[in-house]
Design a protein around this ligand. Structure first.
Ligand code: FES
Length: 65
């Protein structure tokens, strides 16, 4: 498989979990604050229950579906 070009982030939606972003440089939250991304892959909370929004902190695992 050819190496991929990460000019644009890759997005992976985890079932009942976060959205994984690979290759992103920043994330803007719901209040318009811009968070710099300093890791190759980050997990964004989709359940809105994380104590570290916009990042996933694993809380989605204990929320009843
Ligand atoms: S998706 Fe993981 S804490 Fe919200």
């Amino acid at each position: 498989m050819k190496d991929r070009d990460f000019d644009h982030p890759d997005v992976v939606l985890v079932p009942h979990g976060p959205m994984l972003l690979r290759g992103a440089e920043s994330v803007q939250d719901l209040e318009g604050r811009v968070h710099t991304v300093d890791r190759p892959v980050v997990a964004l909370c989709r359940c809105e229950k994380s104590s570290r929004l916009p990042w996933c902190d694993g809380t989605h695992k204990v929320i009843p579906r």
